[in-house]
Design a protein around this ligand. Structure first.
Ligand SMILES: Cc1cc2nc3c(=O)[nH]c(=O)nc-3n(C[C@H](O)[C@H](O)[C@H](O)COP(=O)(O)OP(=O)(O)OC[C@H]3O[C@@H](n4cnc5c(N)ncnc54)[C@H](O)[C@@H]3O)c2cc1C
Length: 433
């Protein structure tokens, strides 16, 4: 690693990668991630990615997004996301992403909760893996981009509300260092790692959000946390909860109580279905409810959901012949670092994109399959915004900011990350109250 780059991106999910792809190839770019790149939630996305189905679908897609978000969404962000969704999908196809197709060659689309029609492009039940690995191939081929895993961003280097880079900890060597940049982009993903039950990778603990809180960068709606209605119930206390994609319900699976009776409309927005499940679990005195996939034709289950079939088999369930136990778990963070439609935060030279940011597009509750789309689109816009307005930092100001950073303060990263986690939990609690 060098000491100075034009742009540092923290995060190797779809947001970080797509931002890199929209930065000029003559700028030096560093992308870091906390563990290995494959431990980014983007690789886990199952259901798919939304795409406007022609002009006549606009109002319906807009209404679905707003209704799911309890009308707290930023309307300009929603409009921007919906109108640009076909361009995002076309861009992915040009990058080599393969989506499921109908026999006439058109894109096949599926449906999830909260959507009043099918509009979700997918690749089996591993859309995120397909998209992220193709983006990664493209980014890795760029000579101007350095991807460095096992490197944890612990802080910003900043002064007078201007960002000059980051303090990064080399997890292998066990040492902290200052890395300077003209622009810094936080694409640090969600906060699931701070909760006991979550579908997120455990290392995603909202560090970007906590650092922003510490450095006076605005953050919004920290208590807007989405609980996914259906993760596979397991007796295991530790580890990531395995998601049973909402498109399983979109294709016909139903939720059943302990007497194997349906108790809710499975295709309502996630928060509504989650509330219905918790209520039923309480009434029945159970730790889970049942999900019955047997209404879906077996061929469709095999072709569309092979990984879900396999994971359930590993846990001892045969989805073709029996119900599986499911329970809600933390899944997505609607709040985060305040950012505008170009990914700009309230600190100069600092951008935030993807799940770590809050541009208001999801309001109080995200509509299914809007997050890959949102992450990709606004990361692209951030990359373009940096490119169009690029001004090299003033070296003296950067030196001044760096002089205030004492690296011995960062010799115990686990302690710092624990403090960050506690700060977020406390802020969530405070906001809830
Ligand atoms: C199981 C599951 C299924 C999902 N299914 C769908 C779906 O079907 N459709 C949909 O639209 N969305 C889905 N989502 C949500 C979607 O996957 C995420 O919102 C999206 O991928 C977030 O992308 P991101 O780039 O912002 O973050 P991520 O892909 O999570 O990447 C975050 C990156 O930041 C890095 N990082 C974090 N902190 C630090 C630090 N301190 N220092 C260095 N690096 C750091 C991590 O190492 C990682 O590389 C799903 C999520 C999960 C968990």
């Amino acid at each position: 690693m060098k000491n100075k780059y034009n742009v540092i991106i923290v995060g190797t999910g779809v947001a970080g990668l797509n931002c890199a792809l929209h930065l000029p190839e003559n700028k030096s770019i560093l992308i870091i991630c906390k563990g290995v790149p494959e431990k980014s939630d983007s690789y886990l996305a199952q259901g798919g990615i939304c795409c406007l189905q022609g002009e006549e679908d606009y109002q319906s897609y807009y209404d679905d997004t707003m209704r799911a978000g309890h009308f707290e969404n930023d309307v300009a962000a929603v409009d921007c996301m919906i109108k640009n969704s076909p361009a995002v999908i076309n861009g992915l196809i040009e990058t080599g992403v393969e989506f499921a197709k109908n026999s006439d060659g058109s894109l096949d689309v599926t449906r999830e909760g909260g959507h009043s029609r099918s509009r979700i492009c997918f690749h089996e039940d591993c859309t995120g893996l397909e998209i992220t690995s193709k983006l990664m191939e493209k980014v890795a081929a760029r000579p101007n981009v350095e991807i460095v895993p096992q490197t944890t961003m612990l802080d910003l280097i900043s002064a007078d509300n201007e960002c000059f880079g980051i303090v990064a900890y080399d997890n292998i060597k066990g040492e902290a260092r200052k890395i300077f940049a003209d622009y810094t982009v936080f694409a640090c993903g969600g906060i699931g790692g701070i909760f006991k039950r979550s579908t997120n990778f455990r290392l995603l603990t909202g560090d970007g959000v906590a650092v922003c809180m510490k450095r006076g960068v605005a953050v919004d709606h920290l208590s807007y946390i989405q609980i996914h209605p259906t993760t596979l119930y397991t007796e295991k206390k530790e580890g990531r909860s395995f998601l049973i994609s909402e498109s399983v319900r979109g294709e016909g699976a139903v939720l059943l109580d302990k007497n194997l009776k349906r108790f809710t409309d499975e295709l309502q927005p996630r928060d509504v279905v989650t509330a219905a499940i918790y209520k039923k679990m309480k009434e029945d005195g159970t730790d889970y409810v049942w999900l019955d996939m047997r209404a879906i034709p077996p061929e469709e289950i095999k072709n569309h959901f092979p990984r879900i079939v396999e994971q359930c088999r590993e846990e001892g369930y045969d989805v073709f012949n029996e119900c599986i136990p499911v329970v809600p778990a933390q899944h997505y963070f609607m709040g985060g670092i305040r950012s505008d439609l170009e990914g700009k935060t309230t600190m100069n030279r600092l951008y935030a994109v993807g799940e770590t940011c809050c541009n208001g597009v999801h309001g109080a509750n995200r509509l299914a399959s809007n997050s890959l789309l949102e992450s990709l689109l606004f990361a692209e816009r951030a990359g373009k915004n940096i490119s169009e307005n690029f001004i090299t930092v003033d070296a003296k100001s950067a030196e001044y900011a760096a002089n205030n950073v004492d690296l011995t303060d960062y010799s115990e990263p686990d302690k710092i990350l624990k403090e960050y986690k506690d700060a977020i939990l406390e802020a969530i609690d405070k906001e809830k109250k």
